[in-house]
Design a protein around this ligand. Structure first.
Ligand code: AMP
Length: 432
């Protein structure tokens, strides 16, 4: 029986990878412009790290983690990036090196969710974290950075939802107000929400069940429970986003499931491209108490994570223009040796070369050259080589000419630089 990839975990093959690389380099470029440096942490962490940070009463911890035992330790494949960043921040005493640390990361995350379009069991996230700055300026900057990046990637129909659940005092006040509102309705709520009610009532607002949504339509607003400091922080973000002309909507139902959030919460959604029901392309918030909770000093922090697969769906998986290249098709052993040298020369000039050194017919080499997407093909047999010439074919224009062997590298370089694809590939290179 042939093996298949694990359900919900996907291979990403070369034709798709080009789009991935464009997205990744656009993100890296944006992160760099905003002063973030990359951090790489292990894919596996102690299970306890996620239980403590994400929270025991969350879907991620209760149902979705890939956990296993090794050498009497309980280990888990990371379901998200923030906990690992905080662990690394504390472990390496980063606070003592610089009062403000700005990190970004990128890589696969693992959650045993029910797979569907835009929801996978291995998925890629890119994210940023800022430690040591209480905001609100960095809160606004993170949101502006995300929106700018998505606009640059051509994602239309963006919606930025913004809310604040405040710090510990506001949160306790809100929790009580919400419990007072929900308890009389308890018996009408879905079973899942009834269970959440006493454990983590904020999560009832996250329920997707239509009946729960109807019942909670008039739930108290998180903003009404904010202390004046928390309210001032939130209002300043709104003012700054307006000054930056970043459109946003205040969404007092946005509470997000994880335990570690405080104050600012945001989510970016899009209905563009091929995104289906899973339309949240990025989410984040402030987690001022988390560094301390994980054994570090009392350092305020904020971050976001964006889902790369969903962003690609929102981009409509548009094909990217690839860099123009040349296909070299030598016929016969002596020509293959000469072609090796020729390919080196062209690559040294900075151009991509695909060399077909197989011992097969001219016809099959040309068929492959045509289907490869190459702009040019160099074809030569022993007779041509003896006369010091090779044939240069323009595969798009269906024309051909004889070029002196000694002049071929320069001729190819000139033609590929002038190719319209080259201009487009340069513009989109790195997504800048
Ligand atoms: P979260 O860590 O749950 O706040 O998610 C942040 C972002 O990661 C979401 O907005 C999605 O874009 C993406 N994401 C979360 N879970 C999945 C998943 N199972 N499959 C694909 N993308 C996901």
């Amino acid at each position: 029986m042939a093996y298949r990839a694990v359900k919900g975990m996907n291979d990403i093959l070369p034709p798709e990878i080009e789009l991935w690389q464009q997205l990744e380099s656009a993100f890296v470029r944006a992160a760099h412009l905003y002063g973030f440096a990359e951090v790489r942490t292990p894919l596996v962490e102690p299970t306890e790290l996620f239980v403590r940070s994400i929270g025991e009463v969350t879907d991620v911890v209760q149902k979705e983690m890939y956990t296993f035992e090794r050498h009497h330790d309980s280990l888990t494949l990371r379901p998200e990036g923030t906990a690992s960043c905080v662990r690394a921040y504390v472990q390496h005493s980063m606070h003592a090196k610089d009062p403000v640390t700005r990190w970004y990361y990128m890589g696969p995350m693992y959650r045993a969710e029910r797979p569907q379009r835009g929801r996978y069991r291995q998925f890629y996230q890119a994210g940023c974290e800022i430690f040591g700055d209480p905001g609100p300026t960095c809160d606004s900057e993170l949101i502006a950075m995300l929106v700018g990046l998505f606009q640059q990637l051509g994602i239309s129909d963006l919606r930025v939802a913004l809310n604040s659940i405040g710090g510990a005092e506001s949160r306790a006040r809100y929790r009580q107000a919400l419990l007072d509102f929900l308890r009389p309705l308890a018996s009408q709520l879905s079973e899942e929400s009834q269970r959440r009610l006493e454990e983590n009532p904020l999560r009832v607002l996250d329920s997707k069940a239509p009946r729960d949504q109807e019942l909670t339509a008039d739930a108290p607003s998180t903003l009404d429970a904010l202390t004046s400091e928390d309210r001032g922080h939130f209002d300043e973000i709104c003012t700054q986003l307006s000054a930056l002309q970043v459109p946003y909507e205040i969404s007092t139902r946005l509470v997000r499931g994880l335990d570690y959030y405080s104050r600012t919460l945001f989510e970016v959604q899009s209905n563009s491209g091929e995104l289906g029901a899973q339309n949240a392309i990025a989410g984040g918030g402030r987690y001022d108490g988390l560094v301390k909770r994980l054994g570090g000093p009392d350092v305020p922090s904020i971050g976001f994570a964006m889902g790369l697969e969903r962003i690609l769906l929102a981009m409509g998986n548009r094909p990217v223009t690839s860099e123009p290249f040349v296909f070299v098709a030598p016929l016969g052993a002596a020509c293959v040796r000469e072609a090796l040298v020729m390919a080196q020369q062209i690559r040294a000039a900075g151009f991509r070369v695909e060399l077909d050194g197989r011992d097969n017919s001219l016809k099959s080499k040309l068929r492959r050259a045509n289907s490869s997407g190459a702009t040019l093909a160099i074809v030569f047999g022993e007779a041509e080589l003896e006369s010091g010439k090779v044939q240069l074919k323009d595969l798009a224009g269906h024309s051909q000419s004889d070029v002196a062997r000694d002049a071929i590298a320069a001729e190819v370089a000139a033609r590929l630089s002038a190719s319209p694809d080259a201009a487009r590939a340069d513009q989109s290179g790195g997504g800048q």
